[in-house]
Write a protein that binds this ligand. Structure first.
Ligand code: ADP
Ligand code: MG
Ligand code: MG
Length: 885
């Protein structure tokens, strides 16, 4: 079996399509080599080696050793230098060992650079390059990285040694250290490792290589990698690949550099070259935030306040070459790329490319721009946007006119706004969030250990680091606002304080983060509703053209209905009439109605509610002019409306002309042990038909008025919780009789429909019978999930969490529809209903109506529409389009 794949020298054994086998980083290294970009040569150990390694608890497959030796030999030939160094040739081949899983896991796996150096090789390198300082600096970097990543000796051991040395010799910057300084420090570094591990530092390059490879495979199972996988739905079984690659050096003097860049602006999506670099630096110096990186292009330099020299002005020819690579890669991959490069003595090397992480705003702009540039078509643009991410755009942003008590300015690392209470460690963030607090995490810089804390924070600020720092990249991926490089503020983790503009804030103080402007404010700042850019409208237009499923909204207030219509809802799929009764001036009449002891008294109370309902329906129907509005008649158990405060009880008693004791006694009579399965839905109207009669009258009086004043309206009356056709037959007759009477009284003609919710398993099975009366179905998948599983949504949270942790259940059936059970009932119900009544209109109105995976299911099942909360309407429109592609 083939365990290693080589690349380099203008050829490659792998391609970008082999991501599962070679990992994302590896597959792209092969691809870039194959298309002729200058990539340092190397080879990839496949993810299958990792799977073998993990399964066998640290063993390698047979034949791997020989394949690695052959691959190294090939490398040595291309580079013209022996691994480990040959005193005869006067040359030495150094390697980097880089992890790379199928899905990118930024910062999760560690990289070892300069591998192959030892006491002899460092001398060869010094002689070969004529630069002893460079050679010994590289050696000490290797010792430190190898010590940290492979042998688990923490960075601070080395940093302490370095600090002590600098103090003793009156040196301040690393660059002040000469070759002799590094030479003097090296034995101390190596000594620290030997003391910590109890073993000699490995001088044999092959031993170094195998230890590094093992460490990468081992890191697949470490805690922070596991956390990242859990948060991002990455399977433990995928494994990581290891890339072994010839080193190139960005730290060989002022004609060398290293950097990271995006082919477009990852925050805004603008088509401009965007990146950061450092002169005379190696690898992770840029992302680690140790030195402030410089802007790549002149236009970026102009926008930044720091005025550091750009690569474009320092090395114009190399910048132009890099810009060509940028265009070549975008054309090749038809997507925005995130690249890493190194310049060694005036020669450009590309070290990595991958699809760049971007904000939703940027994703929309890039997708729409790429369609007009001819790089992709509109269907591909639709596929590129994750529907649930649209949420980020649909929510309020900080009011630009509101006063801001500004504490500091940094880099706009990830857009959006959030406020919350200050915390200074990831652990504190988790503890506060656990208590339901909104928190803002303030750090000097973040590291992979902070991931869980970042996940629960509303916003993140760091005092160090650039636009490509760990904090910035991770925050953009999570869609959270982030400000990086806030050099003017001081974060003291030990004292839990943040000092800015002479103000000292403590843990728990309220701050607001504006990630788009890079501003940190004291207290909270008022927000405004979002405005949609042209790109949003363009993409939504394309989505609407390809989708088959209709999208309606669940809304009963005029505000919600207007928001829904603004977001493109094609009607209301569920207006819950009971929500209209909770208003203080209405609930008293509702209580009168419920507590009345006979029909007569009930009708008196209902008559008082009628004008309110009529007004509600009039507003809803006119806001949704020209579109269907499904009004569900009263559904919840009556006890939800009962008074429990003595003052409320008194008021109801007075209105009904009875005593408070009577009211209390009647309330007790109404008590139910299991109200969700009790006297509710259509069962209420079977016992008290006058309730639905009043609601129907209100709907059709409102409708008649609107028709008379020239409006086009489509009312649909929906009966909830039907289990048996007979319930619907009777209640439909009541609704039709009442509606027709009102229309006749008013002298108005109007066509309307009466349908039912299917939210009980029996109703789904009896759908054929029920469809004899029902003119439409709407699957109430919230109740249908509860009744199919025999699970109460209000109580299930506690143990469903444990089910998920133990792996008994892979998903939350109240968020994503359970296709195997609930979904099966939806299918059966739809088929049987349509068999009886061809063309029966069928929709879904549970929470699932706004969940992309459930929307795919609805599309596949042939439903006519989904109905979801107003803010999810755009998400549903896009998900419905993706389902249709
Ligand atoms: P990550 O996945 O964390 O980005 P990488 O494997 O990309 O890790 O390596 C981290 C850094 O090390 C890169 O930014 C790159 O600059 C540097 N690096 C990796 N391989 C080489 C190499 N062969 N030559 C020079 N620098 C390298
Ligand atoms: Mg990288
Ligand atoms: Mg229901």
């Amino acid at each position: 079996q083939k365990w290693t794949y080589s690349f380099g020298g203008g050829a490659a054994e792998g391609r970008s399509t082999m991501r599962n086998l070679l990992g994302g980083k590896g597959a792209n290294l092969h691809e870039m080599s194959a298309i002729g970009l200058s990539v340092p040569p190397g080879f990839t150990l496949t993810t299958e080696v990792c799977t073998h390694f993990v399964a066998s608890k640290g063993d390698y497959p047979d034949g791997l050793n020989d394949q690695v030796n052959a691959a190294i030999a090939k490398l040595e030939t291309i580079m013209g230098a022996p691994f480990g160094g040959g005193a005869d040739e006067g040359k030495v081949l150094l390697l980097s060992v880089r992890s790379g899983a199928r899905a990118s896991m930024p910062g999760m796996m560690d990289t070892v650079l300069n591998l192959g150096l030892n006491d002899e090789a460092v001398e060869i390198l010094a002689a070969e390059t004529g630069d002893g300082r460079f050679a010994y600096d590289s050696y000490r970097r290797f010792v430190q990285m190898f010590g940290d990543v492979v042998l688990g000796v923490d960075h601070y051991h080395f940093e302490d040694l370095l600090e002590d040395y600098k103090l003793d010799h009156a040196l301040t910057l690393d660059t002040d250290l000469t070759v002799d300084d590094w030479k003097a420090l090296l034995p101390k570094y190596i000594g620290a490792i030997e003391k910590q591990t109890g073993n000699p530092f490995p001088q044999d390059p092959r031993q170094q290589l195998w230890a590094a490879i093992g460490a990468v495979f081992h890191s697949w199972t470490n805690k922070r990698a596991q956390t990242y996988r859990m948060l991002h739905d990455i399977s433990d079984e995928w494994g990581t690949a290891v890339n072994v690659q010839a080193m190139v050096f960005g730290n060989m003097g002022d004609d060398s550099a290293t950097g990271v860049c995006f082919t477009r602006n990852p925050s805004t999506g603008e088509n401009m070259f965007y990146g950061e670099y450092l002169v005379n630096a190696q690898g992770e110096d840029v992302v680690a935030g140790i030195r402030t990186p410089q802007p790549l292009s002149n236009s970026e330099k102009e926008r930044s306040s720091l005025h550091l020299p750009s690569l474009e002005e320092l090395m114009p020819k190399l910048y132009a070459e890099l810009d060509d690579v940028r265009h070549a890669l975008e054309r090749h991959y038809s997507d925005m790329q995130d690249m890493e490069f190194t310049i060694q003595k005036g020669k450009l090397w590309i070290l990595q490319t991958r699809g760049g992480k971007r904000t939703t705003k940027a994703a929309l702009k890039i997708a729409v721009d790429m369609v007009s540039e001819g790089l992709i078509d509109s269907n591909e643009a639709i596929r590129r946007i994750e529907p649930s991410h649209l949420d980020q755009l649909l929510h309020p942003t900080l009011d630009p006119k509101a006063p801001r008590d500004i504490l500091g300015q940094g880099l706009p690392a990830s857009p959006g706004a959030a406020f919350g209470k200050l915390v200074f460690t990831a652990k504190a963030a988790e503890e506060w969030a656990e208590r339901g607090e909104a928190v803002i995490l303030a750090r000097v810089e973040t590291s992979p250990e902070d991931i869980s804390g970042m996940h629960v924070s509303k916003g993140i600020i760091t005092t160090r680091g650039g636009m490509t720092s760990h904090a910035a990249v991770v925050a953009r991926g999570m869609g959270k606002p982030c400000i990086s490089g806030m050099g003017d503020i001081t974060v003291n983790v030990k004292d839990k304080t943040l000092t800015a503009m002479g103000v000292v804030l403590k843990e728990g103080d309220l701050v607001t983060v504006d990630g788009s402007a890079g501003q940190l404010m004291r207290g909270t700042v008022p927000t405004v509703e979002p405005e949609f850019s042209g790109d949003f409208g363009t993409l939504m237009g394309w989505a609407d053209q390809v989708r088959r499923l209709g999208v309606r909204a669940n809304a009963e207030t005029p505000t919600d209905a207007k928001v829904a219509r603004g977001f493109g809802a094609q009607g209301i799929g569920l207006a819950r009439t009971e929500h209209m009764f909770f208003d203080p001036e209405r609930i008293i009449h509702m209580r009168e109605m419920i507590l009345a002891s006979d029909e007569q008294a009930r009708r008196v109370a209902l008559d008082k509610l009628l004008p309110y309902q009529r007004q509600d329906f009039s507003q809803l129907l006119s806001i949704m002019e020209g579109l269907p509005v499904t009004i569900r008649l009263l559904d919840p158990p009556l006890h939800e409306f009962l008074p429990d405060q003595p003052a409320d009880i008194e008021n109801v008693a007075k209105a009904l002309g009875v005593s408070a004791e009577d009211i209390i006694r009647r309330s007790k009579d109404l008590h139910e042990f299991n109200p969700m399965l009790g006297h509710r839905g259509c069962r209420l109207a079977i016992t008290y038909p006058e309730i639905y009669e009043m609601q129907t009258r209100a709907i059709f009086e409102a409708a008649a008025d609107l028709v008379k004043s020239g409006h086009t309206i489509y009312p649909e009356v929906m009966i909830p919780l039907v289990a048996d056709r007979e319930e619907l037959t009777r209640l439909k007759a009541l609704v039709v009789k009442t509606a027709d009477a009102v229309l006749a009284e008013q002298g108005v003609e109007l066509s309307y429909h009466v349908g039912t919710m299917i939210e009980l398993p029996r109703a789904a099975l009896q759908a054929g019978e029920i469809a004899k009366d029902a003119e439409f179905f709407s699957f109430g998948t919230n109740d249908l999930t509860q009744t199919t599983y025999g699970l109460s949504r209000d109580d299930a949270g506690r143990f469903l969490q444990i089910y998920r942790e133990k792996g008994v259940m892979q998903f939350d059936p109240f968020v994503t529809i359970d296709q195997a059970g609930v979904g099966e009932l939806v299918k059966i119900g739809t088929e049987r209903g349509r068999a009886e009544r061809p063309g029966l209109k069928v929709g879904i109105c549970g929470e699932h109506g706004g969940d992309p995976a459930s929307i795919h299911f609805c599309h596949d099942t042939g439903l006519d529409y989904v109905s979801c909360s107003p803010y999810r309407v755009p998400i549903a429109r896009l998900a419905a389009a993706q389902a249709a592609l």
